[in-house]
Design a binder for this molecule. Structure first.
Ligand SMILES: [Zn+2]
Ligand SMILES: [Zn+2]
Length: 481
């Protein structure tokens, strides 16, 4: 389906999406069809703009029942006695944290004394309860000493951390964890539209632009562990898939693995959300053609097809640092050595940031008339109460107010220059210690597959402005087309 088949003026552009919005899945199940692959009931999933089978993960177009691929993975089997356990599984045990519920899988020789997710020592070891079978694994390349020194190097490079934080980090040991992730391949189909403007102040053209694009992405990872923040894992990306191998239990020797908590069919919104961001990031391709470009995101529509999912374990060095009662989680990519996390800022820095944000506001101009008024008042009252000690006490109070006002005045003007220019805090002081951005589309774009793109333009308006000798617009003629 291309954009041409859609009525352009329908808000949201997907008629079915609007019709189904707000309706519960139950209300649809009465007349819902059966999955052509497995026979289970299938449901309309608004995020996918398609029908999803929760049993096998297959996705279908609602109108044609054409397959759009599958979010399904090899199903784990519930453990019943020893029968379903593979020989490898029997050699492993599960370590469960009594405090946060985090679960790790390890071989029988690997023991842990502390939960890597919350730092609690209250751990229970039990036999494997579910079969645990990833398709692929990227083996660890970075050893513990290297990971710890890379993390410390990175944390040292962060500015304005609280006193003692870096030292605390140096004392905490990292744990190697294979993080379960779903690697999603799919094609992203997107309808974008906007208004382009070309011309100058005299003659302007307003052009309505529609674009339909289909491109492929490969190996976009979504971590399936609820214990590890998604932002942390995204910041640890990218992984080099050329070193990805078929899973063999020998790789787990001496390492922990986290079991997945969520299936891809349970995180459709996250998957589609990220793909949609990829689609939106292509808007620049459109915008470049015009002097000005305005997105029409309300008419933006993304849908996925050719979906397939691989289950892979990604190598991550992980640590939770408990600092003054707050927990901070950090990771080092076990393959590339990239360190990431969200580093706290010192209290002094928080105060300074507040001052900076205050000094950036227009309120600072209030301090000028206040200072002038106080100076007048102080002079007048000092003269008036010259021989009156009680009155002078009151005047003294006004002098204190004046002093404070002048300090604020100084900080808001001179302080701004002092903080930004002299101490070189730059303009990023608010988020400099936040997570790294996840890699964008360029990292996952599949160049081996053909990208299809159609762009069409419609001239909306042709505007001619007539100006007088001083450049003032005196007449405007607009030609609607
Ligand atoms: Zn099915
Ligand atoms: Zn824990």
């Amino acid at each position: 389906m291309s954009w041409k088949d859609r009525p352009f003026n329908s808000v949201g552009t997907d008629p079915l999406k609007n019709k189904m919005k707000g309706q519960g899945k139950e209300s649809l199940s009465a007349d819902s069809s059966k999955c052509p692959t497995c026979g289970s009931n299938i449901f309309y999933e608004p995020e996918l703009s398609g029908l999803l089978c929760p049993n096998c993960g297959n996705v279908y177009s609602p109108d044609t029942m054409e397959s759009r691929g599958s979010l399904g993975v090899t199903k784990e089997h519930d453990y019943v006695g020893d029968v379903d356990m593979s020989e490898d599984d029997k050699k492993r045990h599960e370590i469960i944290c009594n405090s946060c519920g985090g679960t790790l899988v390890a071989d029988e020789d690997t023991m842990s004394t502390m939960c890597p997710f919350c730092g609690s020592p209250a751990l229970i070891t039990r036999r494997m309860s579910r079969e645990f079978k990833p398709d692929y694994i990227i083996p660890f390349k970075i050893d513990k000493d290297r990971a710890e020194s890379l993390l410390n190097e990175w944390i040292s490079s962060r500015k304005n951390t609280p006193l003692g934080f870096k030292k605390k980090c140096r004392m905490t040991h990292m744990t190697a964890i294979y993080v379960p992730a779903w690697l999603v391949d799919c094609s992203i189909n997107s309808d974008l539209s906007g208004t382009g403007k070309n011309g100058n102040s005299m003659v302007r053209d307003f052009i309505e632009v529609y674009s339909n694009m289909k491109f492929f992405v490969k190996g976009v990872p979504f971590d399936a562990s609820l214990k590890i923040p998604n932002k942390l894992m995204e910041a640890a990306e990218p992984f080099d898939y050329s070193e990805m191998v078929k899973f063999e239990s020998k790789y787990l020797q001496g390492f922990y693995a986290n079991k997945y908590d969520q299936l891809p069919t349970e995180m459709v919104d996250r998957i589609v959300g990220r793909m949609d961001r990829f689609a939106r990031s292509t808007t620049d391709l459109l915008a470049n053609k015009y002097d000005e470009f305005e997105d029409r995101f309300d008419k933006h529509f993304t849908w996925l097809s050719d979906i397939s999912v691989k289950y892979c374990l990604l190598p991550v060095w992980f640590v939770t640092v408990d600092f003054k009662g707050e927990k901070h989680q950090f990771a080092v990519n076990g393959q590339t050595g990239e360190a990431c996390g969200r580093v706290p800022v010192s209290d002094a820095c928080t105060v300074r940031n507040k001052l900076l944000s205050l000094s950036a506001g227009p309120w600072k101009f209030v301090t000028i008339p206040v200072a002038v008024a106080l100076i007048y008042l102080c002079c007048f009252l000092t003269a008036a109460f010259y021989s009156n000690p009680a009155g002078l006490f009151f005047v003294g109070f006004l002098y204190v107010l004046l002093f404070l006002d002048l300090i604020i005045l100084f900080l808001s003007f001179a302080g701004n220059i002092l903080f930004r220019k002299v101490f070189d805090f730059g303009n990023k002081e608010y988020d400099q210690n936040d997570y790294d951005k996840d890699p964008g589309l360029s990292e996952y774009y599949d160049s081996s597959r053909k990208t299809e793109r159609t762009v069409s333009e419609k001239l909306l308006r042709h505007v001619v402005s007539i100006t007088d000798s001083e450049g003032r617009v005196v007449e405007t003629h607009s030609l609607e087309l």
